[in-house]
Structures are given as C-alpha cells and as structure tokens.
Write a protein that binds this ligand. Structure first.
Ligand code: FES
Ligand SMILES: [Fe+2]
Length: 386
C-alpha cells in the first residue's frame, strides 16, 4: 500500500450535510473521521485523538469542529486543537496537540482524500474521466468489497489474456485453436502505463445490448486498459465503431487484503436510464467472474520479485505496472505493513499529511515506510530526479 495518492473514502451521499456524527472510515489500514462542514465541504482528519487516543470519529461535530467523545478535546478541520476543556476557557493550547488533516476533493460523486504529505503541485491528479459530463454518455456506479490485495485486481484489469477463460461471455473458453493474444504495445505516462488491443470476441448475449452494439457474429472488438497510480485503472471496450463502454475503477485498500472497489461504468449506447439495471446486473455478473479467480489467488499479495511468477508477453502491462510500483517504493511511499502490524496494539501511526512539511513535531508518529535501497536513490540522483 502506498502513501501520496488519492483514495476514495466514501460516496458523496454518505457524508451528510448537518450530521452531528462524523463518518468513520478505514483506508490503508488506518482510521479516519469525515464530515461535511457548514459550507458543504467534506473534511477529513486522522481518527486518533492526541490526548489519550480516543476515536474522534465516535465523537460529534460542533461548529465545524470535531469533538473527542472521551474528554472533549476539539479539533478544527485543519487538524489544530482549539479546545481542551479540562484546562478551562483561557488556556493556551500547545501546537503539538494537532492531528493530521488531509486534502479532500469531491468528484464523480465520490469523496477523494489525498493520503500523503506531498505539496499540491507535486500530487498526481485524480484519475481523469473526460466523458463523465458528456451528455451522450451515461454512467453508473458499481461498488464491491473483495478479499484480495487491490494490486491483484489492478493487474487483472490490465490482463488481456484472462477474458478468454475468466469471462466465457466475452471469450471462447479456449475452444478456438487459433486463439492468441496480439502483441501489446504499451504507452507510458507519468503515473501509469496502458494499451489498446484488438480482441476477437463473440456477440453480446443480452438482446438489447446485442442489437444496440451493431454487430451480429464473432468479430474483432477493441479493448484497452491501463493504470493511473497504484490504485486506479481505466478500461475501454469498443464493441463496435459506435458502441463503447468505459470503466474507471477506484480501489481503496481498506487493509492490505481487503479491496473496496468503486467502478464508474459509462456507455455511449442504450443511454436511457431504463437500461441502468440491465447494465448494473451485467457489470456485477462480469465482476463476479473476476472475483471467482482473484480471491483464491495464493499468495494474496503480488510477489516482491517477478522470479516467483512466470510472466509471458500478454503480461507485459503487468510487468510494467510492477516497475511503477517499485519506483513509488523507491521514493519512500510504500507502507511497511509488517512493522505496522507488529506494532498494532502499542502504536497508532498516522499517514503524514501536508501539514507535516511545516510543523516538525507531532504526537502521532508517521507511518513507517519501506526503506528505499541506496542503489535506487543513486539511480534517481543520476537520472536527475532529485
Ligand atoms: S482522548 Fe480525546 S479528549 Fe481525551
Ligand atoms: Fe475481468
């Protein structure tokens, strides 16, 4: 799991305007409190109170601040402690009592939280969805929790060979002797790789979808996928020249082995909302086929070294995704989960927020990260990246 990326904390509708109770959420194995302030803006702070570790999310929202249920210490949306009731009304409150507060953006009906300390100019953008506001497209949301390492699902999305077997509805289950995955040509971008490929596929089984797609028999379709950061992906399925489906998946690792997935699934055909149910059922049906192969994968986590799996040319995008992840690890962004787990009952860590770039002394220790090997740092230095 990586710090310094955007993660979806909730759907917008879950963070209710005027609610007295904050929403408690878990991401990257850590707990957070979310609320919507009097201007309608969603706020997010680390859940652990700096006094004696109460859960802020179990407290209440008063005058745009969050109040701990244990002794009433009160924190504003920037994380500063503004009230310590036991000290009386005129007390000077030490700066060090602050908690981490995180940047929040609402987009596509989802609440995105930046879990890291990068300054704004250096943060990756939230996965772009250019057609989201285009009236000729219609989007629905699918949401699911899978017992997997989210990276396994990201890799599955970028795997052109699994359709043939995992999805009998868009592959041939290996019965065609001439089946082969076309060579994958990767296009690398700053935050991820991707490809577009030709795929031979049967027509869609659903009658409405079949008719709207404008194709009658087995034919080539264009399919493509890519990642943006470690935890978001795009997928294009162009069934014919006129019928396109685009899926955008936002993965939030609740823990290292529990993946909450929000998929924004768009189409430029059958855009009447009356088809939403059909598309939803279809999407869930296909997703279940993926879950069926992904949850039993062993080991749960993607291996730390490719020598422990045998990759073939159809896995090219997966190999490249792992290179991106290695780069993020070498920047010091991969959480040292083993250490967090070993310390679980004794230490509450916090994901460092941008505020840690200014103030140096904090009550909550920053979450441990996997140390960047010296040679990686040297490689980046020689490439002029630092
Ligand atoms: S633990 Fe939060 S106020 Fe005491
Ligand atoms: Fe799949």
């Amino acid at each position: 799991m990586f710090i310094n990326f955007w993660y979806v904390a909730a759907e917008s509708g879950e963070v209710i305007f005027g609610a007295e109770k904050p929403l408690k959420v878990q991401m990257l194995g850590q707990r957070f409190a979310l609320w919507r302030d009097s201007k309608g803006v969603v706020r997010c702070v680390s859940d652990t109170c700096t006094h004696r570790s109460g859960s802020l999310a179990d407290g209440r929202i008063r005058r745009d601040c969050i109040e701990c249920p244990y002794h009433g210490w009160t924190f504003n949306a920037d994380g500063a402690c503004v009230r310590i009731p036991s000290l009386g009304p005129d007390a000077k409150i030490p700066d060090r009592t602050r908690v981490d507060a995180y940047p929040v953006v609402e987009k596509y009906g989802l609440v995105h939280v930046f879990l890291g300390d990068l300054p704004e100019a250096e943060r990756p953008e939230i996965l772009p969805i250019p057609e989201f506001d285009d009236a000729s497209w219609r989007f629905i949301v699918l949401k699911m929790d899978w017992q997997i390492d989210y990276k396994r699902s990201v890799e599955n999305t970028m795997d052109p060979a699994h359709n043939e077997f995992t999805h009998p509805t868009h592959g041939f289950l290996g019965v065609r002797e001439d089946y082969k995955v076309d060579e994958v040509t990767l296009i690398d971008k700053p935050w991820g790789t991707g490809f577009l490929n030709r795929m031979y596929a049967p027509p869609l089984p659903n009658r409405d979808m079949h008719e709207a797609s404008g194709r009658s028999g087995d034919d080539y379709a264009t399919g493509g996928a890519g990642n943006h950061g470690p935890n978001t992906t795009w997928t294009y399925i162009h069934i014919s020249d006129k019928a396109w489906m685009h899926g955008y998946a936002f993965h939030t690792p609740i823990t290292e082995k529990l993946d909450r997935i929000y998929v924004l699934f768009g189409r430029n055909y059958l855009t009447d909302p009356k088809y939403d149910n059909t598309i939803q059922q279809r999407g869930n049906f296909i997703a279940e086929q993926d879950r069926y192969v992904l949850e039993p994968v062993h080991p749960k986590l993607t291996p730390s070294h490719n020598a422990h799996e045998f990759l073939v040319p159809a896995d090219k995008a997966i190999g490249r995704y792992r290179e991106y992840c290695r780069d993020w690890e070498e920047r010091g962004w991969r959480i040292d989960v083993a250490k967090v787990r070993a310390d679980e009952d004794r230490v509450a860590y916090a994901i460092p927020s941008p505020g840690r770039r200014q103030a140096k002394s904090w009550v909550m220790p920053a979450i441990p990260v996997v140390a960047a090997p010296e040679r990686a740092a040297a490689r980046r230095r020689s490439a002029g990246q630092e």
